[in-house]
Ligand binder design. Structure first.
Ligand code: NAD
Length: 474
């Protein structure tokens, strides 16, 4: 694409959105509600088109798109519609003695013109979900969806174009060049979802204008299965969560830490569940219409190489291993006894491969987790309250589901986001609303004599005495 042209277009869009922001700096409750309703309508009207676009992009089953992209988007919109009034309500705060006679509250106001950069792995949900909160909080937004899922990106552009004026919400399609041009603009907030590596690029660009950022990143999310876990139940849930979207999920269970005493039972149970989900007629998983593909050849090769590297370094493979390059197909694969130096234990896998490590004590499991960056999610399978408590206390993560995987993301009253390398800031529900709002302090003083005037200069002995008293009694 011609850079000058891209820049001119982006400059114009940014200026138009800024003009609108200055004209309507704080949309009313009714206006915001109407924007959310328009968003809900366009999503429901395009349900099949969304399924089809995602299927064209990486063969994701339409029902899986329904469940993991369309349903959560609609539920987030409806939750925001239900809660908007309470989120927008000014919150009164008490009065400290030194400010006697004043009243104080916090109000939320839109940040202004926001940039939303989204990834390819849930190409619809992750472009629309931040938009729900941008609109609820009264902002204008430019969305830059991923170039790796072009069918979904172009559908998003069409849907947004039909629903909003360009100066309110618009879509800029493109890749690094377009994203770089966008990042040069002095946005009032940037909401980025993607890899930690690009998150650093975004944060650096944002620092030039001191733009606030929400960074929803990724990383290696461990699953711990202790000796008290219900192995069948754990296998059922882990296999489901791992293989959803072909393992290309930010909160996918990345690697398994299992107590030595239950390891072989767990492996057997996972083998069984994978077959039940994706190969009930035993014709081969590649025939399953429910098993989606790696997004492109680059990612296919990256993940296939992770398997090869682990096997070269001594890992065993109790399940899977089959690949088909022309289809970007990788069979669900379990890797056991994976050495710590294998590449698969270094990077986020983002594919249908599950490395297994075993432990004798929970302390050992915690030590393995602590050697890595703070994860986006951490899962615990255990029937022991003591062990659950120990693991919650001795690890950290953006979010945790106990005795299941993935599900904490689906609760709109829980914050969703990472810690350090897995993200900065939180989204969903009121957390998403806050991320796109400026919480403004408003203090109202009375006219005339106030509690502060006695402290004005000249600083005579009385001023000092009053400060002494305050230091003593407050
Ligand atoms: P990515 O970081 O490669 O790309 C994300 C977006 O950034 C895309 O729109 C892309 O065009 C843009 N981009 C790429 N390079 C850029 C650059 N140099 N400058 C500016 N923009 C650039 O991520 P991806 O491969 O699309 O997605 C996978 C990653 O996203 C994984 O790490 C995954 O864990 C993470 N992720 C996180 C969440 C979350 O909610 N925390 C959700 C989904 C995915």
């Amino acid at each position: 694409m011609n850079t000058t042209l891209t820049n001119t277009n982006i400059d114009r869009l940014f200026e138009k959105q800024t003009e609108r922001y200055h004209k309507y700096p704080n949309p009313t409750y009714k206006e915001r509600l109407s924007n959310l309703r328009k968003l809900e309508k366009v999503v429901l009207e395009n349900r099949e088109a969304i399924q089809e676009a995602i299927h064209q992009d990486f063969k994701k089953a339409p029902t899986e798109s329904d469940f993991t992209e369309i349903l959560p988007t609609v539920l987030e919109i409806r939750h925001a519609i239900k809660k908007l009034k309470s989120w927008m309500k000014p919150k009164k705060v008490g009065m400290p003695l030194v400010l006697f006679g004043t009243s104080a509250k916090t109000i939320t106001e839109p940040k202004g013109v926001c940039l939303i950069i989204s990834p390819w792995n849930y190409p619809f949900l992750l472009a629309f979900s931040p938009l729900v909160y941008a609109l609820a909080a009264g902002n204008n937004a430019i969305i830059k969806p991923s170039e790796l899922t072009p069918n979904t990106s172009s559908l998003i552009k069409k849907m947004i174009g039909q629903t909003f004026e360009k100066d309110q919400v618009t879509v800029v399609e493109g890749a690094v060049e377009e994203a770089t041009s966008l990042l040069e603009k002095p946005f009032n907030h940037i909401f980025f979802t993607g890899s930690p590596a690009v998150g650093k690029v975004v944060m650096k660009a944002a620092s030039k204008h001191l733009t606030s950022v929400t960074l929803e990143l990724g990383g290696k999310s461990p699953v711990i299965v202790d000796q008290t876990a219900d192995v069948e139940d754990a296998a059922e849930k882990i296999a489901w969560g791992k293989l959803m979207n072909n393992g290309q999920t930010c909160i996918s269970p990345d690697y398994l830490l299992v107590h030595k005493s239950v390891k072989s039972d767990l492996i057997k149970a996972i083998q069984d569940k994978v077959g039940k989900y994706y190969d009930p007629t035993e014709q081969g998983i590649e025939k399953s219409p429910d098993y989606c593909r790696m997004v492109n050849q680059k990612h296919f090769e990256r993940v296939a190489n992770l398997i090869g590297d682990a096997l070269d370094k001594g890992a065993k493979m109790p399940l899977g291993g089959k690949t088909q390059g022309e289809e970007n197909f990788i069979e669900p694969t379990l890797l056991d006894e994976v050495p710590a130096e294998a590449q698969i234990m270094e990077e986020e896998i983002f594919g249908p491969i599950m490395p297994i490590l075993s432990f004798n004590t929970l302390e050992e499991a915690v030590q393995i987790i602590r050697k890595k960056a703070k994860p986006l999610s951490l899962y615990i399978f255990s029937r022991s309250k003591k062990n659950q408590k120990y693991l919650l206390k001795n690890t950290t993560a953006g979010g945790t589901t106990i005795n299941d995987v993935i599900l904490h993301i689906a609760h709109n009253d829980l914050p969703f986001g990472g810690v350090n390398n897995s993200g900065i800031g939180k989204t969903h529900g009121k957390y998403g609303y806050s991320e796109f709002s400026n919480e403004r302090a408003v203090l109202k003083q009375r006219v005339g004599l106030t509690s502060v005037k006695p402290f004005y200069p000249p600083y005579n002995a009385n001023v000092k005495k009053m400060i002494d008293l305050l230091l003593k009694w407050m």
